[in-house]
Ligand binder design. Structure first.
Ligand SMILES: [Zn+2]
Length: 136
């Protein structure tokens, strides 16, 4: 993606509405549990489709979480402005009716990253590298 596309997003996110300012309060909207991916690739979000109840497991890799923590919209994600969170651009695998029922906030992603580093200190250096890539 070009810098111009990011500029648009960054401008929106930094807008006066401050959609991420109250991100802590939005956790209630997440009907999701999270677990570490067993090979250290990231976090698996376990949820159920709001429409048909099918179980969903979605792997979100660490670089994606780092991007979210930096309020960057990356491929496969979009900004849900109404709920102030990033959402995966993906529908239920079974009914294809509704998007996955959860999102992630920059605050939530940052916390998951801290937990990930605590569980696996080697992740810290990688996170630093990804963060630097995002800020160039
Ligand atoms: Zn479904």
């Amino acid at each position: 993606m070009s810098d111009d596309e990011f500029a648009d997003v960054k401008g929106s996110l930094a807008g006066k509405n401050g959609i991420f300012a109250a991100s802590e309060g939005l956790d209630a909207l997440d009907s999701v549990t999270k677990k570490f991916e067993s090979h250290g690739a990231g976090i698996i979000y376990v949820s159920q489709c709001n429409y048909c109840g099918a179980p969903q497991e979605t792997l979100v890799e660490w670089p994606e979480l780092v991007a979210i923590a930096h309020k960057r919209v990356i491929q496969g994600w979009y900004v849900d402005r109404k709920n102030g969170m990033f959402r995966v651009n993906q529908k239920c695998w079974r009914c294809q009716q509704v998007p996955l029922p959860w999102g992630e906030t920059p605050t939530g992603a940052a916390k998951d990253i801290r937990d990930g580093i605590e569980a696996n200190p080697a992740l810290g250096a990688q996170v630093q590298a990804w963060s630097q890539q995002l800020s160039t």
